[in-house]
Design a protein around this ligand. Structure first.
Ligand SMILES: [Zn+2]
Length: 213
């Protein structure tokens, strides 16, 4: 592209967990290139295409459409991989605030429910209050992290203990009754699940409280 120009020092950095965006800059006579780590293992031809595109950009020269196409093809498949990785990374670094709330301690509630309803046989997963005052998701079991998350909206004095107990009890039933497949459909709340849930003494009161909430 600029055959007579002297070769400048080039610094290439591969960055983790970024999009596929690449940047090229000229600073203090050095060419600084920043690339997604997904491109690190790219085939030679793709690396060549990237170099071509970036240098064309830097020197304001036209980009060879074949090089562009070569890069785009590779990038679209790599983008899928990256998306999956980003989601996994976000989940992996998800910060939980722990089982100890201001008014209720989830491990204590769990242990008492375990004794009352499961003969103490259920293994205790990680238990945590949610970071935010989530109202959409009041409780859920995160199988990937073996963690039951309960919304912090329940950690207040106006929240009756039976409401928290019910939420936890429901999630504990999910531990006991793994998702079944009925043909192609996932059956999350099976007949047995529902029958066992109905054994919770203050079920109606708990559901009414949640509805008001
Ligand atoms: Zn459920």
């Amino acid at each position: 592209m600029r055959p007579r120009a002297p070769m400048p020092p080039i610094v290439v950095r591969f960055r983790r967990f970024t999009s596929l965006n690449t940047t090229i800059r000229l600073r203090d006579g050095k060419v600084l290139v920043s690339l997604s780590d997904l491109l690190e293992g790219a085939p030679e031809t793709v690396i060549h295409a990237i170099a071509h595109i970036l240098l064309a950009k830097l020197y304001g020269k036209p980009v060879d459409p074949r090089q562009n196409l070569r890069f785009k093809r590779f990038a679209s498949s790599a983008a899928v991989t990256r998306q999956t990785e980003l989601i996994r990374h976000a989940r992996g670094s998800k910060r939980y605030s722990g089982p100890e709330g201001r008014y209720y301690h989830l491990e204590e509630v769990f242990d008492s429910l375990n004794m009352r309803f499961f003969g103490g046989l259920l293994g205790r997963p990680e238990l945590t209050w949610s970071e935010q005052l989530a109202k959409r998701s009041l409780g859920h079991y995160d199988a990937a992290h073996n963690t039951i998350v309960v919304s912090r909206v329940f950690d207040r004095p106006s929240s009756p203990r039976y409401a928290i107990e019910y939420l936890l009890y429901h999630e504990m039933l999910h531990l006991k009754h793994p998702v079944k497949m009925r043909g192609l459909r996932r059956c999350v709340h099976s007949q047995e699940f529902k029958a066992e849930e109905a054994r919770f003494p203050q079920l109606a009161a708990a559901l009414a409280f949640i509805k008001r909430l």
